[in-house]
Design a protein around this ligand. Structure first.
Ligand code: BGP
Length: 481
């Protein structure tokens, strides 16, 4: 007798990707350069991300993994067919901003770029896969950094809205779910990647970061307003990187430290969902010499255009304690090791219960539908002599997290979908590696860009299809955490 499904019939099940990590074709179809196209792989990468000012052009002596990525640009039919074979009902992708506006600030969009996404959406619709579209996923056009300094400049709101409006008008009959900014809160830890900011010479870095964040938040609210006007049936979501902080002990000061650290993330959710600057952040700004320039109607715009749903990535929980106050510019408390939790090969804590905890926290706070748009395990995979890839560690990770999603649904949390990062191996956003693999489909390509790009189904491919087909009743609930 099969078990009852754990997820509702309407649940959106699938995978998540970002254009810059899988498309390639960085100069095809009149595409301009985006910030990712100057992020090299290898030892220079960290230098670039911390001091981007010296790296804002393509150099002959460096390897840039985004340029070809996994060549989805030319192989999208094969890849979408494979997603269809896994019975996906949703695929989260992003539109590469510099494919549509190569320089970011043109008057008119690049028709060839728009036609490319027409083909992608049509192909998805052919397989009954609902596209979930991120408007800006770490891929601001490079020109907007060079010319205006990235999101610290208010002019980016205008450029972004022109881009968003172009997408809404063109694809309003094909796309229902939109996400304004990927992991918008990551601007506080990765200012170049998430805010296109070059902070090398800035004295008060936090001032610049939160000014840029304000611009992104206003852009997000204005895009929500536009979407509701252009496509009243469509839904706009915010997107947070949500790694809840636990206190290392029950000492009250440790609990307070964890709460303060969570506030740094909630700040972005609070503005998107409640529509105003929270009081704890006003104190944080005052104590850190941050004075925001806010235009006349900004606060009104934020108030009147809250999001329809909350999407978030969940990979891990963090732990902190009061004695570990950070002296860095971008954090309140440092992360400490949680003795109850193991980590991935890349040192990312693995905590399935943390996902149920996160879902409950977010739902208690905002009472809006929640969409898990990223969750997965980056690991090294090996091909067996018979050609199979037995990624049981990935299956366990996904299984245990999905079991906790089902628990949260039983708790009463309104979860509308889950898209695993990533359905196919892609370039890592953080490290630029190909060999930090998340995929359910293997891609023959290494960290130096060598390989045939051939696709190969992993064991997790078949496992995930069964989970989708059975509405989760095939999940194993007896795993120990
Ligand atoms: C999120 C990003 C994704 C993705 C994922 C995994 O922060 O939104 O783009 O890459 O993390 O991270 P990484 O690729 O660094 O392992």
């Amino acid at each position: 007798m099969p078990n009852d499904p754990l997820f509702p019939k309407t649940f959106l099940f699938g995978g998540a990707l970002a254009a810059n990590q899988y498309e390639g074709g960085f100069d095809k179809g009149n595409k301009g350069l985006s910030i990712v196209d100057v992020e090299p792989a290898g030892p220079e990468r960290n230098k670039m991300l911390t001091h981007p000012g010296e790296y804002l052009k393509v150099r002959d002596d460096l390897y840039y993994p985004s340029h070809r990525a996994i060549d989805f640009y030319d192989r999208y039919k094969e890849d979408i067919r494979l997603f269809g074979e896994m019975h996906f009902s949703a695929l989260r992708i992003s539109v590469a901003w510099s494919r549509i506006f190569p320089e970011g600030d043109e008057e008119n969009p690049n028709e060839e770029g728009l036609r490319y996404y027409d083909r992608i959406f049509d192909e998805l619709i052919k397989y009954n896969i609902e596209p979930i579209v991120t408007i800006s996923h770490y891929e601001t056009p490079l020109n907007l950094v060079k010319k205006y300094g990235g999101w610290k400049n208010r002019i980016l709101i205008k450029c972004y809205l022109k881009f968003a409006e172009t997408l809404f008008k063109r694809y309003r009959n094909k796309v229902k779910y939109w996400i304004s900014f990927n992991e918008i809160n990551c601007i506080t830890v990765s200012p170049f990647i998430a805010g296109a900011l070059v902070l090398d010479k800035e004295k008060n870095k936090m001032q610049v970061i939160y000014q840029a964040a304000h611009h992104e938040l206003v852009a997000s609210a204005k895009a929500t307003k536009l979407l509701h006007r252009i496509a009243p049936h469509a839904k706009m979501g915010c997107m947070l990187a949500f790694s809840p902080f636990y206190a290392r002990t029950c000492k009250p000061a440790d609990q307070m430290a964890a709460l303060q650290q969570n506030h740094i993330t909630f700040f972005f959710g609070d503005i998107h969902c409640r529509g105003y600057y929270p009081s704890y952040m006003k104190r944080f700004f005052a104590e850190n010499g941050i004075h925001l320039e806010v235009a006349d109607d900004d606060l009104q715009v934020l108030k009147e255009n809250t999001v329809d749903f909350i999407s978030f990535s969940y990979y891990m929980s963090y732990t902190t304690e009061a004695d570990k106050k950070s002296d860095q510019w971008n954090g309140v408390y440092l992360k400490v090791k949680n003795p109850y939790i193991k980590s991935s090969d890349w040192g990312w804590p693995i905590d399935p219960i943390g996902l149920r905890y996160a879902l409950n926290l977010l739902y208690d706070r905002y009472h809006k539908p929640l969409f898990i748009v990223e969750n997965g395990l980056g690991a090294r995979d090996e091909i067996e002599p018979d050609g199979s890839i037995n990624d049981d560690y990935r299956i366990k990770y996904l299984n245990d997290h999905l079991v906790q999603v089902a628990e949260a649904i039983k708790d009463g949390v309104n979860v509308i979908g889950y898209t695993a990062w990533s359905p196919i191996d892609v370039v890592s956003a953080g490290t630029g590696e190909m060999e930090k693999r998340y995929g359910l489909i293997y891609v023959d390509r290494d960290n130096q860009g060598k390989g045939t790009l051939e696709r190969r189904k992993k064991k997790s491919f078949y496992w995930y299809r069964e989970v989708i087909d059975t509405g989760g009743s095939s999940l194993k609930k007896d795993n120990n955490f």
